[in-house]
Design a protein around this ligand. Sequence first.
Ligand code: NCD
Ligand code: ZN
Length: 480
Amino acid sequence: MTQADLVIRGGKVVAPDSVIEASVAIKDGLILAVGADSAMPPTKQTLDASGMHILPGAIDVHVHFRDPGYPHKEDFASGTIAAAFGGVTTVFDMPNTIPPVGTPELLAAKHRMAADKAHVDFGLYALLGEDTIQHATEFAKTAIGFKLYMGNTFGAIPTPDTGAMLEAFEVVAPTGKRVSLHAETNSIMVRRELRMREAGRIDPLAHIASRPAVVAVEAVSRAAILSEWTGCRVHILHISSAEELRPLREAKARGVDITGETCPQYLFLSTDDYARFGGVIRVNPPVRERRNQEPLFAALADGTVDLVATDHAPHSVEEKTRNDIWTVDCGFPGVETQMPMMLTEVAAGRYSVSDYVRWSAASPAKIWGLYPRKGVIQPGSEADIAVVDLDREWTIDDARLQSLSKITPFHGRRVQGLPVHTLVRGRFVMKDRVLQPGTRGHGRSVHAIQQMPAAAPKNTDNTMSAIVGAGSPAGREHAA
Ligand code: NCD
Ligand code: ZN
């Protein structure tokens, strides 16, 4: 019988449709067997997981690790260490760095940097903007997907107009990759913010007043139409309002390949928290009225919203505590607190731990073509595992975060559920809440295992390639 490298004994293995008492054997980074302990092969090493739940590591499809460009906020090492402490085994990192990931050379450089520093696996987004459409086919060879900013946010990335978005979607569709959208309409927000500033408003609530939910509803609706027209797969990032759910639901019902995420800040915070947290709570899209929370939970339950991500957006204490809200940097860290916060609701009986792994691991793996290689604990899958104590109660303390960013509106929150060990491809990165030596550089890019077949073309009349000739670089040259 083959000898395993590690057998995890005595825990409960969680899948989207089951929780079973089982042991897990791991060899060469892959799951070798899941089943009765008596059926496990001989092993070099054993981990006693009695009383613990064994979850597929979370796949966080929305993090900002700030590398290169903002080493005081985060870098790829600190960000991936924070991920490991949060039970997150794969992250997809956003391109709003300095410089932004807007050329194939910069994407290649970021892959080298991340491979050198990462403690967990990663995918890298390429920036899809008016000036980068011509690189889309090249980007698609190594990027996990694309990021398109419909609205301005941290990093002042220009927002493509609707014409550029349509061209971009036409070029991306045949690559099969998904375009992740910051779906807030810039032109609405620019005017609103100007009116707020003219009125002398610098308080935290002026931020949400400048970005009412209609900015997201309009953006999601428009993106869905362009996705439907071109066949380009899209993902709606950080859904913050109940109103966005209608265009998302309707597009899904029409067969559009559109997916959505929400984040703990929209499920657990509300406008009631602005007074207490001030600028710390400033994030894009904004934390909204409490009435949005229940519909967002319901949308996760019925599958309208596919998954939970964090939008981990670290900044320094100074950058988060300025008096004038317009000068406060947007976002806060989340990669370490997502799993405990979401599992607290499992303890409260709001949903099951199986539901949770569907949103945190299985769905993201499926949506980005990594399943069943990742996102599930079954023979043949990569052994990306969070061993979690679902009973453990503790209090989030931002001073103790692994992230370089020590400030979050989740500070002081009582939670139940703690990742105790995290394994990435069979290797302990975090064990007994201690970072394991030698794990820097263990993380690798998942693009090599990604399977995303070309999207089916929808409308073939008058496409950009029909107008300018197949293979012509659509984008600036043509638009000019
Ligand atoms: C993000 C950041 O800081 O990079 N900030 C935020 O408020 N969410 C940008 C983003 O995700 O929009
Ligand atoms: Zn983001």
